[in-house]
Design a protein around this ligand. Structure first.
Ligand code: HEM
Length: 546
């Protein structure tokens, strides 16, 4: 036997021993893992084990998306339960009252510990930018971290007030000008795919109003498509395993958008943007980020601004224009609120100016209710937090049955989709779009004389409406999003009709609820529609003021 043969035999023996060792280790770990009542677990929320150790729940989530949390807990209906995955534990909260408890505890349950890492992957931060954004992210060393500074600034500049009004005014100016030229007074109907059409309109309006006249889409229009290609493949970028190979299309689309955003910062185009962006870029630079990384940082805000608002806008429009009776009621409500009547007086052209502030929860309760209901219906998102220290939570909504332990370095997720579909909270029709869900019903039914809406139906806890998350990190863009969605819908409802391309009443496409959600749900297909002037309102040139 040659020396080489001997070496080979040795190699095979060593390899066999190694493989046997790994098999034994997996077996032993699986035994411990599958033991339902091991000591360490007795104080944690009940474990739901998958048949395939370590990765079974991951496969389940990839197959069923966020619906998986419902599927896996269907029989037991635990208010909170544990899904072990790889080397960590995921605590899933499916009870609204417990959700309130989780989101109030920002001392030991950290939003930023998770989101900063996910964001780093999505926007390809370098080491220095990652270090800057992680340092003191929860204010654990006192004042002075980048994340708390940006958080404070976003909340201040997106709160109702003059800064937000200025963005809304610019956005609506752009919107009406696009609409007036896309379907001009007395012009022909246009035929388009509704999702793509409204996505294009919203993308340009938002980019203009927030990032200024020299925004990346205005300077390089092809980046708009690239941005949405990136957004569509974002999950592959979050997984972050050689994205140039495994998430190739999204990776290269992202690269082009990032290059555009770097140019935006390098050429100081942000100085022509709204105060929010000026302050944001300057803050990132002041904390020591390079100009390149300050450009990268804007990609996540662009996703924040448009990633949820665009699909939400689509669903609101689809629900309104697919129900002729509802659309008529919304139109009457708007005409009353704005003191308008059909201006069909034979004129070739006339301007109708809408005061944005007159479209609100009080004056347009039905539209407001539809907006809230559209969000409730499509939000599958989970609010995720990292457990920084061992934390005790009540084991059920009443708190009478003791406490559960959430162990440090685990992830806790509030299953928004499950809570939004819960009949005991929302009623037996929880899985349907009910336009009147947020109306206060007087004498049994909503009528034009009993016009009141509430942010939540009576008896529903505030933590049960999860579209904007909750707690200290509740979405700071919610006021902006509400105004834009209601105003877009109002102008379109007043002045336009949307039908299927063949002239039939619009059908609402099914929701795509099978993806792991990074935003609200999207439709399974993009309906081909015709958008045309509403009869009697053909001559109107639309304007929206404050
Ligand atoms: C319908 C539209 C929108 C929806 C459904 C939505 C939803 C959300 C959700 C669920 C969160 C996470 C909160 C949590 O986990 O508790 C969030 C965070 C955030 N959203 Fe929105 N959002 C929308 C629009 C916007 C807009 C228009 C902006 C900006 C103008 C924005 C900016 C942000 C930011 C910056 C955060 C992070 C909060 C922080 O760091 O404290 N969002 N949003």
């Amino acid at each position: 036997m040659s020396l080489t043969d001997g070496d080979e035999n040795g190699f095979w023996r060593r390899r066999d021993v190694f493989v046997a060792g790994v098999v034994l280790a997996v077996f032993l770990v699986a035994q411990v893992w599958l033991r339902p009542h091991s000591k360490a677990r007795q104080r944690e929320p009940p474990y739901i084990n998958s048949r395939i150790p370590f990765i079974g729940h991951i496969i389940g989530m990839m197959r069923y998306g966020a619906k998986y949390f419902d599927i896996v807990n269907k029989e037991k209906r635990h208010p909170v339960f544990t899904l072990p995955m790889l080397s960590t534990r995921n605590y899933i909260v499916s009870d609204a009252t417990l959700a309130g408890h989780i989101q109030r505890n920002n001392k030991t349950l950290s939003f930023y510990a998770l989101i900063v890492e996910v964001t780093r992957r999505i926007i390809a931060f370098d080491k220095n930018a990652a270090r800057i954004s992680t340092h003191n992210m929860d204010g654990e060393h006192g004042p002075g971290g980048l994340m708390p500074a940006v958080h404070e600034m976003m909340n201040r500049l997106l709160a109702p007030g003059p800064a937000l009004d200025a963005i809304t005014a610019l956005q609506m100016e752009h919107f009406t000008s696009m609409l007036n030229s896309a379907v001009p007074p007395h012009g022909d109907a246009i035929v388009a795919n509704l999702y793509a059409w409204q996505r294009h309109v919203l993308s340009l309006c938002n980019a203009y109003a927030i990032y200024g006249p020299e925004n990346a889409f205005a300077v390089q229009p092809e980046l708009e498509e690239d941005f949405w290609t990136f957004e569509d493949g974002m999950l592959g970028l979050v997984v972050d395993i050689v994205p140039s190979i495994t998430a190739r299309t999204a990776h290269f689309a992202r690269k082009r958008v990032l290059d555009g955003l770097i140019e935006y910062v390098r050429h100081e185009r942000y100085k022509k943007a709204c105060p929010l962006i000026q302050e944001r870029v300057q803050t990132n630079l002041a904390f020591g980020m390079s100009k390149e990384m300050a450009g990268h940082a804007e990609l996540i805000l662009m996703f924040g601004i448009m990633g949820n608002a665009v699909p939400s806008n689509f669903w609101l429009l689809s629900h309104l224009f697919s129900r002729p009776d509802l659309l008529e009621r919304i139109r009457s409500e708007l005409e009353l609120a704005l003191d308008l009547s059909s201006p069909a007086d034979g004129r070739k052209e006339m301007t109708v100016s809408i005061a944005a502030k007159r479209i609100n929860i009080k004056s347009c309760p039905l539209l407001y209710s539809c907006y809230r209901e559209a969000l409730r219906d499509i939000s599958l998102l989970t609010s995720a937090r990292m457990v920084m220290k061992d934390t005790l939570i009540p084991s059920d909504a009443t708190g009478d049955k003791g406490e559960y332990l959430l162990r440090a370095n685990s992830i806790v997720q509030i299953a928004g989709g499950v809570i939004h579909q819960e009949p005991s909270i929302w009623g037996e029709d929880a899985d349907e779009f009910n336009p009147e869900r947020f109306l206060v019903k007087q004498a049994g039914n909503y009528t034009s004389t009993s016009r009141t809406a509430l942010p939540l139906p009576p008896g529903v806890p505030s933590s049960a409406f999860r579209a904007y998350g909750g707690g200290t990190v509740i979405c700071p863009g919610r006021h902006f999003a509400q105004t834009e969605l209601m105003l877009f819908a109002a102008v379109l409802a007043l002045g336009f009709d949307i039908f299927e391309a063949d002239g039939a009443t619009l059908k609402v496409p099914p929701k795509d609820d099978t993806r792991i959600p990074l935003s609200v749900m999207k439709p399974t297909y993009d309906p081909r529609v015709q958008i045309r002037r509403r009869q009697g309102w053909e001559a109107v040139r639309w304007e929206v003021g404050l």
